[in-house]
Design a protein around this ligand. Structure first.
Ligand code: R5P
Length: 288
């Protein structure tokens, strides 16, 4: 998959993509435009019990340096585009928020840049990606291209749009592409000559939905997930995460993974207990 790359890039990608060719990335970068999101009120506490089960973390530079122990030895995918907020009319007005050199100084395994293809600031976001790819090439730093949709493009999470946006990421030179799962996802994967990880999106109704999304995405060509809210907004985050892991790294069926999730959905694994959030924390955080 990464044979054509230099040693430095392969080495960095090795902390994101496991030897089995699969990737379980936990996304906690939402605060970069959402602020204190429901479930991620206290990032350090929220992820403490989840870290053993992930290959890498996707997060913003400020959360890395304030909430993550420097001894952390898994992959770090640093969000490198931003400057937007959910309080803006839309979220596509992004620029680069850090350089490749800064990311290397923080020992990032990769940087992530979003593109919002077809939106008002679409061109600018694609140029953010190409700018970062050029900078990152100096350091053999991998780049994750993210297909964002935002408010205006919200209903475009379908195969025609996502094939187009994911292909653009790959054409620009992204080493990994993050997009959404959709009906007909095989086509998105087939038309994207770069490995794909899928986001989870807003919280789904049931754990089975989350496991099925993961299982289908893998079966239809994704190498893994970059999943956030469906893990840490759930009542039993470590349980659903281990179910997702069983599908990604253990080739578990949906039923097998659900057995794991159900078995681990115990009071001591409950989010309130694990994340040490209070009712006030929850009331204060926005729900998205
Ligand atoms: C969105 O732009 C963020 O970068 C998230 O990392 C991404 O959406 C994945 O998280 P979720 O599974 O919550 O959608």
């Amino acid at each position: 998959m990464f044979e054509h790359m230099n040693w430095g890039k392969k080495n960095r990608l090795g902390s994101i993509v496991a030897p089995d060719g699969r990737a379980l990335m936990l996304a906690i970068d939402h605060g970069y435009f959402m602020g204190s999101t429901h479930g991620m009120e206290k990032p350090a506490q929220a992820i403490e019990k989840l870290l053993p089960y992930v290959d890498s973390l996707m997060l913003s530079p400020g959360i890395l340096t304030t909430c993550i122990d420097p001894a952390f030895d898994k992959g770090v995918v640093l969000r490198a585009s931003g400057g937007n907020s959910i309080l803006d009319p839309d979220i596509d007005d992004e620029e680069l928020i850090l350089s490749a050199a800064q990311a290397v100084r923080m020992n990032a395994s990769a940087v992530a840049v979003s593109i919002f293809v077809g939106s008002e600031h679409g061109h600018q976001t694609i140029m953010n990606l190409t700018d970062m790819i050029a900078q990152a090439a100096e350091f053999d730093l991998p780049v994750l291209g993210v297909t964002g949709v935002g408010k205006a493009l919200h209903d475009r999470k379908e195969k025609r749009y996502l094939s187009h946006a994911a292909r653009l990421c790959a054409e620009m030179g992204a080493d990994i592409v993050k997009t959404y799962y959709c009906e007909g996802f095989e086509e998105v994967a087939a038309k994207t000559p770069a490995p794909i990880v899928v986001a989870g999106g807003p919280k789904l109704d049931t754990y089975r939905d989350v496991i099925e999304l993961t299982w289908r995405a893998i079966r239809e060509g994704a190498i893994g997930v970059d999943m956030g809210r469906n893990i840490w907004q759930s009542d039993y985050p470590a349980a659903i995460l281990q179910g997702v892991k069983a599908v990604i790294h253990g080739n578990a069926s949906v039923n097998e993974a659900m057995e794991i999730v159900n078995e681990l959905s115990t009071p001591e694994n409950a989010r309130r207990e694990l994340f040490k959030v209070t009712d006030q924390d929850i009331a204060d955080s926005a729900v998205h």
